[in-house]
Design a protein around this ligand. Sequence first.
Ligand code: A4P
Ligand code: MG
Length: 181
Amino acid sequence: MPKLSCDQVNNSNKINRCYIGLGSNLHNPLKQLNDAKDKIANLPDTRLLQFSSIYQSKALTLDNEPQNDYLNAVIEIDTSLEAENLLNVLQQIELQQGRVRGKRWAARTLDLDILLYGNQQIKTERLIVPHIEIENRNFVMIPLSQIAAGIEIPGKGKLKKLIESLNDQVLDKMGEFDGKA
Ligand code: A4P
Ligand code: MG
């Protein structure tokens, strides 16, 4: 992806530690996740710090329509991009990787969710942080705990405590990202 120049995105000077959830269940999900990780590492004013293993789970769907299994992972970044600008560049990456926005929870080549943005709670028309479903999803909480076990989820509580009440949705570790952070 051509690197965005700093005047294409507005930055605050403050650096925020953020966690991004990656998901894919179409068109070679393992490659989709690896490509997205590399693009996020190249975002302006952003440093990739850590990434989880890659996990496989059954698709959660809205109307029980059959879908391919998902691969999911979480990555940790420091960024001075403001939250909505971070959402903009993540949505550009989704589009570059062939994401077609159909109905909600439809199968997708790539989904990039802002799980946490520093310790902020954000509610705008476009963005809810922490991600609204964060504490209900094994495929988010388990990879998040792998790289950030000690954190607190603003407004919800300590990750360690929240993990104790997770449902029993099966989650298999299927592999690792290529390369190092
Ligand atoms: N939006 C609001 N808050 C955020 C945020 N924190 N991060 C808005 C990213 N986007 C956020 O998202 C719809 C709108 O949400 C965006 O335009 C943005 O302004 P979308 O990606 O277009 O649609 P979606 O993903 O279908 O909807 P939603 O509600 O975000 O779904 P989720 O929560 O992403 O769930 N099963 C398994 N096993 N693994 C999965 O990863 N993912 C989903 C989708 C369903 N089933 C799954 C998985
Ligand atoms: Mg989404």
